[in-house]
Design a protein around this ligand. Structure first.
Ligand code: ZN
Ligand code: ZN
Length: 396
């Protein structure tokens, strides 16, 4: 399903936090359940704009959304299924969405949200949803360059095979909760700034599940979960940045009694590559060449994240010159394309000489030109000045 959070909120992609807040406030007021008499479509829209707001107001989540789209915030392959036409949010149930709205635009005074949700108790979904699992993923620069699939082994709770996660002894079934009639929620009318105000809280009898276990499963004690271990494959797109995270929705711990699964959150840890300095999508490689190579020119091999590349050193190359290998840097995840690999040249002076080398160098000394003085200026000193000043001065 395609829902662009920027479109949902009706803001530009470069909208400021204030713009986002304003847009959300306006939309949320329009489709707030209190104003729409329990209209289902309005409720769905309220949940969706709240989800969009929760992502775009948070700089980290927004960056992840901008880079990876829905996969960055809802998880890969996550959000399929329900939805179809019209608005829908996979993410929030009504009580959570109301809570977000109250938090940021607190109609406080009227009714603080503590009293609204029973002294800050967890909402229905929070109660039933399993925990998130966080894993660290170590990546090499080569893996960042090409993208990769990582396999992780996770020990956590899994659905009980004895009762298929229901928590009820096989052959028996849980029964509908009589307090809430199976909805899991208790709704009450109260007074607010809008007039009639809807409060939603989890059912105290069934804890929001809508059903009660009568005859608990002996293997899991009615929880519906047992200890387990599983292997998960995580697709890492090319060009990711350090400390970024990928969310695999629904790959975390299952909730009790077939409650919704938490998420698997993979935090990326990109190992330093001693060969390269990383500057965003660009890389820098320091290359030492001999005086003869610098003076005569040469073809040399340089490493890139994609394997070796051949670089032509021009005759008369000075220390400090940087050659640019286009598109040999890291992939640019957002805009597409690649960064560049800059090769900084350093002329190497040998500290040990064989007798033959010494003799040849002495011969060279007797015929070579003297280097230019600084006050005379010239190309050599231009290059050195740029190298010392760190300025550009690259060569193609
Ligand atoms: Zn069981
Ligand atoms: Zn109940």
């Amino acid at each position: 399903m395609k829902q662009d959070f920027y479109v949902v909120l009706g803001v530009q992609r470069d909208a400021s936090e204030t713009d986002i807040k304003k847009a959300y406030r306006k939309l949320a007021m329009e489709c707030h359940p209190d104003r729409n008499n329990g209209d289902k479509a309005a409720e769905e829209k309220f949940k969706l704009v709240t989800e969009a707001y929760e992502v775009l107001r948070d700089p980290d989540k927004r960056a992840s959304y901008d880079r990876f789209g829905m996969a960055g915030v809802r998880g890969q392959g996550g959000a399929g299924g329900a939805g179809g036409a019209g608005f829908s949010s996979m993410h929030f149930d009504l009580s959570e969405a109301l809570m977000v709205f109250m938090r940021d635009f607190g109609l406080a005074g009227a009714s603080g949200f503590d009293s609204l949700f029973g002294g800050g108790e967890r909402t229905r979904r929070d109660r039933r949803r399993g925990h998130d699992i966080k894993v660290g993923l170590k990546l090499t620069l080569a893996e960042v360059a090409s993208g990769t699939t990582k396999t992780v082994r996770i020990k956590s709770l899994d659905s009980c095979p004895e009762c298929a996660g229901t928590g009820s002894k096989p052959g028996t079934a849980s029964v509908q909760c009589r307090t809430c009639g199976g909805s899991g929620e208790v709704r009450r009318q109260a007074q607010s700034l809008f007039g009639q105000f809807l409060t939603v809280s989890p059912c105290p009898t069934c804890g929001g599940e809508g059903t009660v276990v009568h005859d608990p499963c002996l293997r899991c004690g009615g929880d519906g979960r047992v200890k387990g271990e599983k292997t998960i494959q995580i697709d890492v797109p090319a060009g990711v940045a350090d400390h970024h995270y990928l969310t695999l929705r629904g790959q975390g711990v299952p909730g009790p009694r077939n409650g919704p699964r938490g998420d698997l959150i993979a935090v990326l840890d990109i190992r330093d590559d001693p060969r390269f300095e990383r500057h965003g999508d660009d890389l820098v490689y320091d290359l030492a060449i001999t005086f003869a190579q610098a003076a005569l020119g040469a073809e040399v091999q340089v490493p890139t994240p994609y394997g070796q590349a051949t670089l032509r050193i021009e005759p008369g190359t000075q220390t400090g010159v940087a050659y640019r290998l286009r598109n040999k840097g890291l992939p640019r995840l957002a805009e597409g394309g690649h960064g560049d690999l800059h090769v900084r040249v350093h002329v190497w002076t040998p500290s040990k000489l064989t007798a033959e080398q010494k003799k040849l160098l002495e011969k060279l000394r007797d015929v070579e030109d003297t280097p230019p003085l600084k006050e005379e200026g010239g190309r050599f000193w231009d290059v050195i000045r740029r190298a010392l000043g760190g300025g550009g001065g690259g060569r193609e």
